[in-house]
Write a protein that binds this ligand. Structure first.
Ligand code: BES
Ligand code: MN
Ligand code: MN
Length: 460
């Protein structure tokens, strides 16, 4: 096995080529939620499979009920075996006019002396996936082999709630046999401080459509007499929170635990003030539950957001209309033991109670996921932390995250395996937003970090 120094040096000297490979991946608009891009999702899977095959992995592209997964194996008898998971699908790009360069024309730009890779998927998650692939490439280039056995599973529907993946994982358990799962789809604590993510929030997602009259109406003929579905829906959304910012759906807080005083004290010590959290996005006053630390609001407390609302006339100029229908997308971030199915029942009852006699309501309930938290006594944690500290020169912090990665809970339930969540994204990466970027240091030092982690894990 080549010395780690030679492998790290190879990563440094090969950086330009690694960027070209990442750009090829980023140019493919693999937007999973929009059926119009199904072909591009397939193309992204094929691109990655080609790259992994060239590295000597036994690779296949396998069908699921939505987009295909890429599965690649490189066993190493006698060594620990890791399963790496990531996603090749990306979020839609709209609003397109807010991008300063086209989303699928990746390039390196400089901002305040920092170099950044700009493009949809650069941080979430193609850039992060490639940190692991490039680390494997360097190991193989320098020593002809990997220090551990490696299986790579990269899916194409994470941004659509990993639709179809749990069923595929359950049907292919034996191909996913491993000691530990590694995921690169989270953030660092800040630009200088690596992080191991210890918890993820769960998600429940609904669409609600309210119908009143059987057609759009002239508001001069009917205004004042006919029920307006936009008002009905707006009232329901307004009712979801009380004056203290708590969610009012009966049973909503069941399964939510309070953090012990010591933990809250430690969080207070991290100094994440409202100004620090909200300043960079042009806000300063925390909304949501009163009396909670900002870090609690985005990590250990559940939340509820309307993600979109439509109804009536929204074009240029005016139209005096009372719409027949109004609809909204409403989602909840879940923590601890909150049950997405119980919430679905309670939410539906909450909405139905508020639908006037003359009106009707339709629901779409998307597949939810529970929150997960990782055990603090995972045997691999020490090795990963030591490797990260070596690379970054400071200890890695262990913190929760507010986002969701639905399949992580299934890895535990179906495979019985815990996950190490180690990502190199930053809070200002604008994931899901226009002008998504990934710092060049995230990509470069992220790759070096995985090279070190693989070696550290192989040493037990
Ligand atoms: N990578 C993110 C989740 C994430 C980001 C976790 C930063 C921790 C820190 C992931 O791709 C994502 O966006 N997940 C969705 C899941 C949903 C579409 C089912 C989310 O959290 O909204
Ligand atoms: Mn992601
Ligand atoms: Mn995402």
């Amino acid at each position: 096995m080549a010395a780690l120094d030679a492998i790290l040096n190879d990563i440094d000297t090969d950086l330009e080529n690694a960027l070209e490979r990442l750009f090829a991946f980023l140019r493919i608009p693999s937007i999973s939620t929009d059926p119009a891009y199904a072909g591009q999702c397939r193309e992204a899977a094929a691109w990655l499979a080609g790259d992994l095959t060239a590295l000597g992995f036994a690779t296949s592209v396998e069908e699921t009920s939505l987009h295909p997964v890429v599965l690649a194996h490189k066993p190493k008898p006698g060594a620990p075996h890791v399963l790496f998971y990531g996603h090749y699908d990306v979020q839609p790009v709209d609003p397109l006019d807010l991008w300063t360069t086209p989303p699928f024309e990746p390039h390196v730009a400089s901002e305040e002396g920092r170099k950044k890779i700009v493009g949809r998927g650069s941080s979430d998650d193609k850039g992060q996936v490639m940190t692991f692939v490039e680390a494997c490439r360097a190991h193989i280039a320098m020593s002809g082999e990997l220090p551990c056995g490696v299986t790579i599973l990269v899916e194409g529907a994470e941004e659509s709630g990993s639709q179809g993946l749990p069923e595929w994982v359950a049907a292919n358990r034996e191909k996913l046999d491993c000691d530990v799962v590694l995921v690169c789809d989270t953030t660092m604590w800040d630009r200088a401080t690596p992080a191991i993510t210890s918890s993820l929030r769960g998600l429940a997602y609904f669409e609600v459509k309210v119908t009143c009259a059987d057609r759009d109406l002239h508001s001069g003929f009917f205004g004042g007499a006919a029920r307006n579905p936009i008002h009905v829906l707006a009232k329901i959304i307004a009712d979801l929170h009380d004056a203290d910012g708590r969610v009012t759906i009966p049973g909503f807080y069941e399964g939510v635990r309070e953090r012990p005083a010591e933990v809250l004290e430690q969080w207070r010590g991290l100094g994440l003030t409202p100004e620090k959290l909200l300043g960079p996005i042009g806000l300063k006053e925390p909304a949501g539950e009163r009396g909670r630390l900002p870090i609690e609001l985005v990590q250990s407390r559940p939340s509820c957001d309307a993600n979109g609302i439509v109804g009536g006339y929204t074009g240029e100029g005016t139209k005096t209309v009372i719409a027949s229908t109004a609809s909204a997308k409403i989602s909840f971030r879940l923590v601890d033991d909150q049950d997405p199915q119980a919430l679905a029942r309670n939410f539906e009852a909450f909405v139905r109670e508020r639908i006037p006699a003359d009106c009707s309501v339709e629901f779409i309930t998307y597949k939810g996921s529970r929150a997960i938290s990782l055990p603090f006594d995972m045997p691999q944690l020490g090795a990963a932390k030591a490797a990260l500290a070596e690379e970054w020169g400071v200890p890695a912090v262990t913190v929760g995250a507010g986002g969701s990665i639905p399949i992580v809970g299934d890895f535990k339930r179906i495979l019985g395996r815990d996950t190490l969540l180690i990502g190199f994204g930053l809070d200002d990466d604008r994931i899901h937003s226009p002008n998504e970027k990934y710092d060049l240091t995230s990509f470069h030092k992220g790759t070096r970090s995985w090279a070190r982690i693989l070696t550290a894990l192989s040493q037990g």
